[in-house]
Design a protein around this ligand. Structure first.
Ligand code: NAD
Ligand code: WQD
Length: 359
């Protein structure tokens, strides 16, 4: 049975953790990444953790020739597509870069997949596609809208995938909508390594705790939430990685039923997945202040903070309904906020400068 998976963006934060989970689940992986937001050191560390070299191609998803070569050299069962740019603020100042990388790059990938008849895809989508949610918890049927180019690029790719599934029912397309991924591998060897001053809360907190940044600015304390600060559904990156394995297992199981069951007379028996969006979250909301308190306790560090005005585009609360993932993928997040803080702290204190100048 073909268990070879192309992992675009596999050198990045979520990609590296997912490679480890895929390997442990018996999948063969080929990482394809242009290293625009990652490093060879990350790949080296994944190789050490899994005990064998990683099959790595340095390439850009917008480079059709280079992608084709990967499909000539390997026979893939499917693709997990992490490659993309993800900084919301930067997307506002560089919209063309974001649409080119995230949308055009995905179209190029899909065209090459079609050419080589590989039609199984798991795509990194985001809870950002829900915009300001009308209901909580957010389920997959909630309306979608985005206000920034990064979010628009994710939503546009989702629309493309929906259209593709309608045009040809042999595609199996699962966008996984991540809530707020945090944490690191329990070994402390891999984790999130922001290039600059972090935009996101957890890496900001951990850099304050380790003494790289003086204090946290909390964006708003007048939201209609438990303590006035924003509430998010933080999910441990290793749980998230496991969610990808569960989605792939589901896809494999469904498509193999299709292969073996093709002589079934009823047309209801078709097992093409089409377009199947699934939330990956814990279903639990945690406020900014609650996360700061949990991190402070785990790290035994004081985390100075002050309140500043709300950040443009932020919403009050966002957390997932995790039921669809539980029912269809038989997956649920298991790790707690304490685990998330502990593992982030281990990674941060063992690698105060991320992968640069590694010890
Ligand atoms: P990341 O930046 O750590 O990883 C993305 C990887 O893609 C990097 O290694 C980068 O070098 C690579 N890449 C970017 N453009 C490429 C291109 N054109 N060709 C080849 N490789 C390219 O980000 P991450 O946090 O691991 O996120 C992975 C995916 O999940 C992204 O698509 C992101 O938008 C999405 N996502 C992330 C979050 C989050 O909070 N981290 C939340 C929701 C969705
Ligand atoms: C969380 C909370 C902030 C930083 C973003 C993207 C989203 C997705 C995940 C990719 C909010 C507050 C933050 C700080 C703060 N990424 N905060 N001080 O905004 O929920 O989601 O990352 O798809 O698209 O928008 O995550 O970690 O930035 O913020 O007070 O220095 O922490 O206001 O309430 P967010 P975040």
């Amino acid at each position: 049975m073909n268990k070879k998976i192309l992992v675009t963006g596999g050198a990045g934060y979520i990609g590296t953790h997912t490679c480890i989970a895929l390997h442990a689940a018996g999948y063969d992986i080929v990482v394809y990444d242009n290293l625009s937001n990652s490093s060879r050191e990350a790949i080296n560390r994944v190789s050490i953790l899994i005990g064998q070299p990683i099959d790595f191609i340095e390439g850009d998803i917008r480079d059709a020739e280079s992608l084709r070569q990967a499909f000539v050299d390997h026979r893939f069962f499917g693709v997990i597509h992490f490659a993309g740019l993800k900084a919301v603020g930067e997307s506002v100042t560089k919209p063309l870069l974001y649409y080119n990388n995230n949308v055009s790059g995905t179209i190029t990938l899909l065209e090459v997949m079609r050419q080589y008849n590989v039609k199984n895809l798991i795509f990194s989508s985001s809870a950002t596609v829900y915009g300001d949610p009308k209901f909580l918890p957010i389920d997959e049927s909630s309306s979608r809208s985005c206000t920034n180019p990064y979010g628009q690029s994710k939503l546009t790719v989702e629309h493309i995938l929906e259209d593709l599934a309608v045009s040809d029912e042999s595609w199996n397309l699962i966008p996984l909508r991540y809530f707020n991924p945090v944490g690191a591998h329990p070994s402390g060897q891999i984790g999130e390594d922001p290039n600059d001053i972090p935009n996101n809360l957890m890496p900001y907190i951990s850099q304050v705790a380790v003494g790289k940044l003086p204090k946290l600015s909390i964006f708003g304390n007048d939201y209609p939430t438990i303590d006035g600060t924003g509430v998010r559904d933080f999910i441990h990156v290793t749980d998230l990685a496991q969610g990808h394995v569960a989605a792939l297992d589901y896809l494999k199981q469904q498509t193999s039923i299709e292969e073996h069951g093709s002589d079934e007379k009823s047309s209801d028996k078709k097992n093409s997945i089409g377009f199947l969006p699934i939330n990956l979250g814990t279903g639990k909301g945690t406020s900014v202040l609650e996360l700061v308190a949990a991190f402070s306790k785990v790290s035994e560090q004081n985390i100075p903070y002050h309140f500043v005005s709300r950040r443009a585009g932020d919403i009050a609360s966002c957390y997932a309904s995790a039921d669809k993932a539980k029912d269809m993928l038989k997956w649920r997040a298991k790790l707690s906020i304490t685990d998330m803080c502990q593992d982030t702290w281990r990674w941060q204190s063992m690698n105060p400068n991320g992968y640069d100048g590694s010890i």
